[in-house]
Design a protein around this ligand. Structure first.
Ligand code: HEC
Ligand SMILES: [Cu+2]
Length: 323
């Protein structure tokens, strides 16, 4: 799907009525523009009365002026009435849509906590057992189920918007805002921060991946596992490098790392994109990002990490195991 299609399609009940309202208002605005342009055109084309030369002609012209004024007043009154009726109709339509999408059709079985950071999204799942795990920039949901999003911010004001699924909601420091959405069918829908939050605001995207309930259950089960132990050799050396140089910011469950101010990398390879939608998640891009984060996403809070070729290949071997 092209980015335009993401914007102009609805994939669930929280966005369908909003999209219908969008089209309705767009059609209304277009209609009003056409009518006004037509009236303006007619006014410009109207022949000006030739200047009166005799007293008789002047008297006629005065009568015509009075008539003209009465007609003009009528036109203003009718125009005001029509505009007021249209605006009132639009208001009623908007209130009805707001009411229709305010609450999910039934109590959501799944609640996901999304925390906005400069410039990425932490996604936290609580498991029925009462534990929780984090992932980043990719929100998996089961199809046909309303999902609640608890939205918060770790730093400045951001806004969470996945146009195909729901309207946007602000993420405000010190406050938890709520949103819900539901996907009708499996698919991937792009979302974006829509509140200017600093230099990399444009590179603060995320994806919602809707899966059949069975696929979602499998995903959830795999994600809550810790990382597999490094098989030894290069991968083990890579893990040691990670512990020494990355674990202050990043966490990989199953290693001593505990960093919480950067994306959890436990199942890094399972994600489609890295750096909040900036790069495709390939082995080459992963290492490129580690060494040149400041070129790929200037001022991001991930520094460039200088690696020797041997270190890069060890780290790459280990990152590849984070399936
Ligand atoms: C000073 C803190 C810090 C250190 C040290 C650090 N990172 Fe990061 N890293 C970040 C932040 C913050 C992000 C998110 C950047 C963004 O998307 O704007 C990030 C993003 C990433 C990502 C992309 C993850 C995703 O899913 O989007 C990878 C991979 C990564 N870092 C690997 C590493 C590795 C490997 C090291 C050590 C060699 C390392 N980082 C060291 C802070 C850090
Ligand atoms: Cu932003």
């Amino acid at each position: 799907m092209t980015p335009l299609a993401y914007f102009l399609h609805s994939a669930g009940p929280a966005s369908g009525p909003v999209l219908a309202l969008d089209w309705g208002l767009a059609a209304l605005c277009l209609g009003v523009c056409i009518v006004i342009a037509g009236l303006l055109y007619m006014a410009l084309r109207r022949k000006r009365r030739e200047s009166a030369t005799s007293d008789e002609a002047l008297a006629q012209a005065n009568v015509a002026d009075e008539q003209g004024e009465r007609t003009a007043n009528r036109i203003v009154a009718v125009g005001t009435a029509i505009s007021s009726a249209l605006l009132l109709g639009a208001l009623v339509a908007m209130l009805r849509v707001l009411a229709a999408v305010a609450d999910p059709p039934r109590e959501p079985a799944l609640t996901v906590t999304v925390t906005a950071y400069d410039w990425w999204w932490k996604v936290t799942y609580r498991t029925p057992a009462g534990t929780s795990f984090d992932t980043a920039n990719e929100i998996h949901i089961p199809t046909g189920e309303p999902v609640r999003i608890d939205l918060q911010s770790a730093d400045v004001v951001h806004a969470f918007w996945v146009p195909a699924l729901a309207g946007k909601t602000q993420a405000i420091p010190g406050q938890v805002n709520h949103q819900w959405f539901e996907a009708d069918r499996p698919g991937i829908w792009r979302g974006q921060c829509t509140q200017f939050c600093g230099p990399q605001h444009a590179h603060m995207a995320m994806e919602v991946v809707a899966q059949t309930p069975a696929d979602f259950a499998r995903w959830l089960d795999a994600q809550r596992q810790p990382a597999a132990a490094a098989p030894g050799g290069a991968a083990l050396r890579g893990e040691q490098l990670f512990d020494a140089r990355c674990s202050g910011c990043h966490a990989v469950r199953g290693t001593p790392s505990s960093g919480a101010q950067a994306p959890d990398l436990t199942h890094l390879v399972s994600r489609r994109l890295i750096a909040a939608g900036t790069l495709a998640n390939t082995p080459v891009n992963r290492l490129d990002w580690v060494e040149h984060a400041q070129q790929r996403k200037p001022e991001s809070l991930m520094p460039d990490i200088a690696l020797t070729p041997a270190e890069a290949s060890d780290l790459g071997a280990w990152l590849d195991t984070l399936q």
